[in-house]
Design a protein around this ligand. Structure first.
Ligand SMILES: Cc1ncc(COP(=O)(O)O)c(C=O)c1O
Length: 388
C-alpha cells in the first residue's frame, strides 16, 4: 500500500526518486525498507501463498520493491530487475523470435559486440551495426527482419549522441521496437520512453547504485506487453535474478540519484571545458560542449549532460597510457557512475577486438571538487621531464 499522499506523476524527479516505491511498514514502522533475504515463501493450509511470492527466482519482495520504484522514474508501466546490465539487455534480445535482426550502434558498449559475434548466431538471430548518430544510416540499416534497435545515448566510450525520438519513430514505422541504454544519462537527465522508445535499459551497477559496490540491471517497459511478459519468464526460468541485498543497495542509491547526477554533470562540464583548452588534448567528447557534433540533439533530449566524458591525447596511444599511469586522484579502474572519479585507457580495458581509438582516455567524473580533478589531469598530462 503506498502512502495516501504518495508521490505522483505531477511531482518532480527529485521528489519521486526519494520516495519511489516507499510503503508504510506496518509491522515495525521502519523507514528504510526491511531487507528480506528469504528464498522461499509460505503457503496456508489450503496451499494458497500467504503473500505475493512463492520462490525467490520467480519473484521476491526486494525485487518487486525496486521494480515498483524504478518504473515510474522512467515513466514506464513496468520494470524488471536482473543480476547485471548485460543480463537485462540479453533477456530482452532473447524475447525475439529466431530469424529476427537486431540493429546496434557501431560504438555500442563492447559487450554487445561479443554478444552479436558469439551468441546471437547460436540463437538464430542476426545483428548489424550502424552509426546511430546518423539518422539516414539508421534508416538504411533497418531491414524487414529488424525487430529491435539498440540505442546508446550518450554512447560508451565515444559519447556520441543519437536522436532517440527520430530513431524510435523510424524503427516503429519499420515494425521494430527501440531499446535505449540509458545508463550514462539516467532518468534524472533523459527519459527515453517519453521520447518514443519502447524499453529503457540500465546497468544499475553505475549511477543507480552509485558507490562501486553493487551490480544489477533493469529493463523498464512502456507497457506491460508481450515483451515484458516474455522477459519476466526468461528471468524466472533462466535465473539471472538480482540478489535481494543488491536490490536493497540499488534502492538506497536511487534515493540520492538526482542530486548525485546533477553534481556529476556540473563537475564533468568543468573538467571537459578545462581539457578542451589543454594543448596535449586533441579532442574532448562531451555532449555538453558546443563543439560536440551532437550538442543540439543532446540539449533537446537531456536536461544536463552527465558525468561521463572521453578525450583524445594528441601524442597518441603511449602518451595516453602514460597519462593514465600518472593519475593520482582519479582511480585507475573501469566502470562508471560512482562517487570517486575513474580514469581508464579504454582500449586496454576492452582488450582484444576493441575498436576504441588507442589515443582515447575515458573519465567517469565523480563527486570530488572539480578543481582538484582538473589539477590531477594537468599533472597527469604534463610532458615527461627531460632526463638530466
Ligand atoms: C553503457 C553500458 N551498458 C551496459 C553495461 C553492462 O552493465 P553490467 O556491467 O552491469 O552488466 C555497461 C557496463 O559497463 C555500460 O557501460
Amino acid at each position: 500500500m503506498p502512502y495516501p499522499d504518495a508521490p505522483h506523476d505531477a511531482m518532480r524527479f527529485e521528489t519521486l526518486a526519494v520516495h519511489a516505491g516507499r510503503r508504510p511498514e506496518a509491522a515495525t514502522g521502519a523507514v528504510a525498507p526491511p531487507l528480506v533475504l528469504s528464498t522461499t515463501f509460505e503457503r496456508d493450509a489450503a496451499l494458497a501463498p500467504l503473500g505475493a511470492h512463492t520462490y525467490i527466482r520467480e519473484s521476491n519482495p526486494m525485487q518487486t520493491l525496486l521494480e515498483d520504484a524504478v518504473a515510474p522514474l522512467e515513466g514506464g508501466a513496468g520494470a524488471l530487475a536482473f543480476a547485471s546490465g548485460m543480463a537485462a539487455g540479453v533477456a530482452l534480445v532473447q524475447t525475439l523470435p529466431a530469424g529476427a535482426h537486431v540493429l546496434m550502434p557501431d560504438d555500442a558498449y563492447y559487450g554487445w559486440r561479443v554478444v552479436a559475434r558469439e551468441f546471437l548466431p547460436q540463437w538464430g538471430l542476426t545483428a548489424s551495426f550502424c552509426p546511430m548518430d546518423d539518422l539516414g544510416a539508421v534508416r538504411r540499416a533497418l531491414t524487414p527482419a529488424t525487430r529491435l534497435v539498440l540505442v546508446e545515448s550518450p554512447s560508451n566510450p565515444l559519447l556520441r549522441v543519437s536522436d532517440i525520438a527520430a530513431i524510435a519513430a523510424a524503427a516503429r514505422a519499420s515494425g521494430a521496437r527501440t531499446v535505449v541504454d540509458n545508463t550514462f544519462a539516467t532518468p534524472a537527465l533523459q527519459r527515453p520512453l517519453d521520447l518514443g522508445a519502447d524499453v529503457a535499459l540500465h546497468s544499475v551497477t553505475k549511477y543507480f547504485g552509485g558507490h562501486s559496490d553493487v551490480q544489477g540491471g533493469v529493463l523498464v517497459f512502456r507497457s506491460r506487453e508481450e515483451a515484458y511478459e516474455k522477459a519476466a519468464h526468461i528471468r524466472h526460468i533462466l535465473g539471472a535474478v538480482l540478489a535481494p541485498f543488491n536490490a536493497w543497495l540499488v534502492l538506497r542509491g536511487l534515493r540520492s540519484l538526482a542530486v548525485r547526477v546533477a553534481a556529476h554533470s556540473a563537475n564533468a562540464l568543468a573538467v571537459a571545458r578545462a581539457l578542451e583548452k589543454r594543448p596535449a588534448v586533441a579532442r574532448v567528447n562531451y555532449p555538453g560542449l558546443p563543439s560536440h557534433p551532437g550538442h543540439a540533439v543532446a540539449a533537446r533530449q537531456m536536461s544536463a549532460f552527465g558525468g561521463m566524458l572521453s578525450f583524445h591525447v594528441k601524442a597518441g596511444r603511449d602518451a595516453a597510457i602514460a597519462a593514465v599511469g600518472r593519475a593520482r586522484l582519479f582511480v585507475r579502474a573501469t566502470s562508471l557512475g560512482c562517487v570517486e572519479s575513474l580514469i581508464e585507457h579504454r582500449a586496454t580495458s576492452e582488450g582484444a577486438g576493441s575498436t576504441t581509438p588507442q589515443d582515447l582516455i575515458r573519465l567517469s567524473v565523480g563527486l570530488e571538487h572539480p578543481d582538484d580533478l582538473i589539477a590531477d589531469l594537468d599533472q597527469a598530462l604534463r610532458r615527461e621531464p627531460a632526463s638530466v
